[in-house]
Design a protein around this ligand. Structure first.
Ligand code: SF4
Ligand code: SF4
Ligand code: SF4
Length: 254
């Protein structure tokens, strides 16, 4: 961004939703304590949850949701053409997310069961990077608000943006939680990228890997841990597949 004295030019910002629950966009809109400061950094050109104004002259586009219809492909391509920076926003956008569970069924079957007798287009679910080039990804189901705000500030100030490379276990241990493996559960914390402050495991719920693989994970050691604790491989596969975030890792290692 161009710096003018001690002020910064506001970022021309747009946010769009595709196949999803819109929970990630709501994470931003709901954060009332910091929302005014956050919005002060942005020139909102298009953001349905926040403003009724619609403009097409944005520089950065946050794209939430996965792609499951042909009109979504066309709309996404138009956004890509306009945006200088396109950010895949949330686990649905980054990996396909929970929507990908639909891909386990025959094409058209889930839509036919939910909307009987209606013509509903429902293609196999794809992540955003399967359709257009993505400049940066912010995972999370939903995204972590503090992380998103930090990234937006970095974009505005032209600073380096990065996600934690280490796994959720680091944050979980820092919160002095009892390990769920010790309670007989499979938790994906050892192989999942941190950044959520171990919110699930702190609430005594096993990590389902919504933030995708951490860097340099030791998958063989993780598989050995599951095996030596006598936990079921099918449960592990189910957890790895839940957000579609470990597709490549699971195919190679399990
Ligand atoms: S990542 Fe989760 S919270 Fe965000 S839109 Fe998808 S389902 Fe909703
Ligand atoms: S509960 Fe999960 S995230 Fe926490 S230490 Fe155990 S394996 Fe790691
Ligand atoms: S603990 Fe795991 S499933 Fe829960 S928010 Fe963090 S990365 Fe996602």
């Amino acid at each position: 961004m161009k710096q003018k004295g001690f002020t910064f030019e506001k970022l021309k910002f747009a946010s769009f939703d595709f196949t999803c629950c819109e929970g990630c966009q709501l994470q931003l809109a709901n954060r009332e304590s910091t929302l005014p400061d956050f919005l002060g950094l942005l020139d909102i050109r298009n953001f349905r949850e926040i403003s009724s104004e619609r403009h097409d002259d944005y520089d950065i586009a946050f794209v939430e949701g996965s792609i499951s219809r042909s009109d979504e492909v066309t709309r996404l391509q138009a956004i890509r053409k306009q945006a200088k920076i396109l950010v895949a926003f949330g686990t649905c956008a980054c990996f396909g997310g929970v929507n990908s569970l639909k891909n386990r069924f025959a094409e058209g079957q889930p839509a036919a069961e939910v909307y009987p007798g209606m013509q509903v287009e429902s293609l196999p679910v794809r992540k955003i990077s399967d359709v257009v080039t993505v400049d940066f990804s912010i995972p999370g189901c939903p995204v972590a608000k503090e992380e998103v705000e930090r990234i937006v500030v970095s974009l505005v100030t032209g600073s380096l943006i990065a996600l934690p490379k280490y796994p959720v276990c680091m944050e979980c241990k820092a919160r002095l939680n009892t390990c769920l493996f010790d309670l007989g559960e499979i938790c994906l914390g050892p192989i999942t990228r941190a950044g959520c402050d171990a919110v699930c495991t702190t609430g005594k719920t096993a990590c389902l890997g919504c933030r995708g693989p951490a860097e340099d994970i030791n998958m063989p050691a993780f598989l050995e841990l599951v095996k030596e604790r006598g936990l079921k491989e099918e449960d592990l596969r189910e957890k790895l597949a839940f957000h579609n975030a470990f597709e490549a890792v699971a195919a190679n290692e399990t």
